[in-house]
Write a protein that binds this ligand. Sequence first.
Ligand code: AHM
Ligand code: MG
Length: 346
Amino acid sequence: MPTLCKTVILAFTMGQFPLTLGRFIIQKQADTGATRELSGLLAQIGLVGKLIAQDLRRAGLINILGTTGEINVQGETVKKLDEIANETFLKAFHHSGLVCALASEEMEKPVLLPENWPQAKYMLLFDPLDGSSNTDCNMPLGTIFSVLKSEHKDRMPTEDELVRKGTEQVAAGYLLYGSSTMLVYTVGQGVHGFTLEPGIGEYLLSHEQIRMPARGKVYGVNEGNYHKWTTGMKKYVDDLKIQDKATGRPYSVRYSGCLVADVHRILLGGGIYLYPGELNKPEGKLRLLYEANPLAWVVEQAGGRASTGTMRILDVEAKQLHQRVPLIIGSAEDVRDAERHLQGQA
Ligand code: AHM
Ligand code: MG
C-alpha cells in the first residue's frame, strides 16, 4: 500500500483528517491577526522548499554539486546549490505581490521589488541553503527565513530598513531537508512543524505547538575550534563531559554542520547548540538577521532561550545586513548554564 494511503488511513482511524499547511495557515489567520498576504507569503516559502528539496534529491545526478568558483559577500566559497536555492527564492518572489524587498546571505545588497508595491508590505530575509558544506555528501541542509513588515504606507522601504532587531520579526522559521522535508515556523503564537508528504506534494501538520524540554542531554559545537575559545567557553564544554549526577552520564555531542538540523534536533529533544565568539573573532560566524534571529524566535516560542552569551539574541542592535553574532541556543536551563560560564560566573 502506498505510504500516502497509510498516512491518510492512519489519520482517519485516529478520527482526524490530515491538516495541510495551507489549511492550517488559513485557520490560524484569524487567531494570530496574520494578514492574507502573510499567509500567502508562508505558503510561497513552502513552495520554494519543495523546489529546493527536489533539486537536492537529484543533485548527484544532474551536475549541480560542487562550487561555482565564486566567493560570496561573506568571503565564503559559493556552492552551485547555494546559487540555485537563491535563484529559486528570487523567481518565486519577483512579481508575486507578496514582498517588497528580499535580502539573502548570497547577495551583497537587498533586492527591492517596486513591482509588488504598494500591495506587498512584507520584507523577506533568508539563508537559502544553510549548511552548504553538506551538499556534496548527502547530509542534511536547511533554509532559514525571517519576515519583517515595512511601517511606511506611502513609500517603498529603503535598503537600510531591512536591518532591524529580531523583536520586530512578524514570522520566522526554517525548512529542513533531511530524511524528510519539514517546514517549521512561528508567527508569535507557538511553533508548528509540517512534514512534506511526497505522495501528494503537500505539507501536513505533524508537530503542533512544539515545546522544548527545559534541559537536554546533547550539545552541538564545532569542537575543532577549542583552542580559539575563551576560558569560560572551554570550561563549559569540559563540564558537559563530566558525568552528570542526575543522569549518570555526560552530554552527547551531536553536530551535523547544518545549523537548521542541529537546532531542529534540539527543538524536539532538548539540548544546546553553540557557535560562540572566539578570542580573535568575538563576533562569531553566524549571521544575525537571517540565521540567529529567526531561529532565536522559533526557539523562544517553543520555551527555549537564545543568547550571545551576554544578551538575548532578539535584543541585539542590528547595524548591518550581514552582521555576525555569537549564537548559544537551546533548552533554557542549558543556555543559562552556558551564559554563566561565558560570563565567568561558573
Ligand atoms: P552556511 O550558511 O554558509 O552554510 O554557514 C552556516 C553553517 C551552519 O549551518 C553550521 O552550523 C556552521 O556554519 C558550521 O560551521 P563550521 O564548519 O565552522 O562548523
Ligand atoms: Mg547558514
